[in-house]
Write a protein of this length. Sequence first.
Length: 291
Amino acid sequence: MPSGLRVALAQPTRIFIALALSFSSCAPAYTARADAMTSTIQIGNSRLDVVIEEGPLAVSQADLLEWVRWAAESVSTYYRRYPVAHVSLRIIPFEGDGVRGGRTFGDGENAGLIRIRVGSQTTMAELKSDWMLTHEMVHLAFPSVPENHHWIEEGIATYVEPIARVRAGHFDPAAMWAEVVRDMPQGLPSADDEGLDNTHTWGRTYWGGALFCLLADIEIHRETQNRKGLEDALIGILNAGGNISRDWNLEKTFERRRSRRRGASPFASLPKDEGQARGRGSQCPMVATWN
């Protein structure tokens, strides 16, 4: 693992495994309904208030609410509930087409704010194929961490988004795997890489973080004989209160009460020196695993 990555590969996978094993997979089912008059969507016990700002759009209000519902269903399917109790979602029209400029913020206790832009010429077909709103909603399910660990926030959102859409029936699995094979190598380190904490390129932040999640997911499945996956660890973090309304450091994000199964905190063996070398360039486990 490159220098600057906070934990060696064996450490985060053990942390994720411990978290995955320590949480029950049982969770209440969710239902969705929309009230077009109030632009409110209810997902289980969570409320999404949708504000469509003034501006010309080729799609209708009903189309936009359906698009929001698809993204919310995808995230709720993966996390087995919607991540926060309340979201304010502002849709901002712009001249052009497509979906752009998604941003997600904490907005009070157990609440979030999402701003996203939709082009004036955007079609319903483009909304159906959109990934960005689901990506932004995944951000709701993880606490805000210091800037040098931004890769874990974007990596989780990049990795979880297509899986969540597939599981909810909103994305084709073959298309998802084609995109993973095409895009994941963008996260591999170069020879002079300084680690995920210190290499703030787009590829390393988004796809490097996603590749980290992929390797962790593989190890969890391997060590639990496919009984658990990365989602079990992420759901555990969410159920412990770790959503976007919280500002946590990376250690607190993974810290839990002592596991009843293992009898020790999964953070007990973390290295103390965050700058300790983890492997550089072609020696990085990410490179070996991907190749």
